[in-house]
Design a protein around this ligand. Structure first.
Ligand SMILES: Nc1ncnc2c1ncn2[C@@H]1O[C@H](COP(=O)(O)OP(=O)(O)OP(=O)(O)O)[C@@H](O)[C@H]1O
Length: 292
């Protein structure tokens, strides 16, 4: 992996409160990297440290290339119009090749016409701020909850803009509370909890390796109910299936199927349900429930 962002042992306090307690992770070129955590977990603080908007107490942050930023909340003069602010930002930008008329179309800005900023909807403002963030053709784009407050269509249209930016080689680091968004967009993610990283990996790994959360629905010609297993726990009967919860799916399946085989029971059906991302997130991100 070609690393473009490396954060190592980052700590950050506000007065007596330590928000980040030694956070380390790397982001590869062209990745969409998700940052999750409950309210107050320190996501914005972490992003602002990377953006150099905040001083850090200790640790290192190494960034390769230019950063573009879309802050969680940002504001512009009430009467400025989209085309005026885009023109202004392009003039300020060292990179004159950034967002031009064609790109403005892709961000859906042309439909804003001559509307003043104060009359734009939340979604229109978000699209405008995203367009401004990419004007300098950043190598790394940092987005703090880019789709919060957007309707479904607005969210999907921003997702396609983010995917297009990735295809063009932009690395994207984004904080989000939207699990579906993280699952569909992010290559990898971290979950912050109590100032530390509670999970690091892909969304698939997050749900697949859910300790105790995989469910096996087994239908055999006679139920195995009442029999004790080492690798899974019997949870009861559900619509003709025996339900088991398992920490290690492979070992549990092997044990169940071997038992059925030994007892010469035909296996009629096996269904597996993994924990949802929300369940795993709640498990990992809830503060004050011990270390993971
Ligand atoms: N400027 C500040 N001064 C003092 N405390 C702050 C400051 N900014 C943030 N905090 C505190 O730091 C903690 C982390 O805040 P931060 O905004 O980084 O969390 P977050 O994960 O982005 O939350 P959210 O999901 O609600 O946006 C919170 O307890 C917050 O109150």
């Amino acid at each position: 992996m070609n690393t473009v962002l490396r954060v190592e042992g980052l700590t950050k306090s506000y007065g007596d409160i330590t928000v980040l307690k030694g956070v380390s992770f790397t982001v590869g070129r062209g990745e969409i990297f998700g940052l999750l955590g409950a309210n107050g977990a320190g996501k914005s603080t972490l992003l602002e440290c990377i953006e150099q908007l905040r001083s850090i107490d200790s640790g290192t942050i190494a960034v390769e290339g230019r950063i573009g930023v879309q802050l969680q909340s940002a504001s512009l003069p009430p009467n400025i119009r989209a085309y005026e602010v885009v023109t202004l930002f392009r003039k300020w930008s060292k990179n004159k090749a950034g967002t031009g008329e064609a790109e403005a179309g892709e961000f859906g800005l042309e439909d804003l016409g001559r509307k003043p900023y104060k009359d734009m909807s939340t979604g229109q403002k978000r699209r405008l701020h995203l367009a401004l963030a990419v004007i300098g053709s950043p190598d790394i784009l940092i987005l703090d909850e880019p789709t919060s407050g957007l309707d479904v269509a607005g969210r999907l249209s921003l997702h396609s803009v983010i995917r297009r930016l990735k295809q063009q080689g932009t690395t994207i680091l984004m904080a989000s509370h939207d699990m579906a968004e993280v699952e569909s967009l992010c290559d990898r993610l971290i979950i912050l909890r109590d100032g530390r990283i509670a999970f690091s990996g892909t969304a698939q790994e997050l749900t697949r390796n859910a300790a105790g959360l995989s469910r096996i629905y087994l239908q055999t010609e006679r139920s195995l109910a009442g029999q004790a297993f080492e690798q899974c726990r019997y949870e009861g009967e559900r619509q003709g299936y025996s339900l088991y919860s398992a920490g290690n799916l492979r070992d549990a399946l092997l044990e169940l199927l071997t038992t059925a085989e030994q007892q010469e029971l035909a296996v009629l059906d096996v269904r597996i349900a993994h924990a949802t991302l929300e369940q795993r997130f709640m498990e990992l991100a809830s503060a004050g429930e011990g270390e993971h």
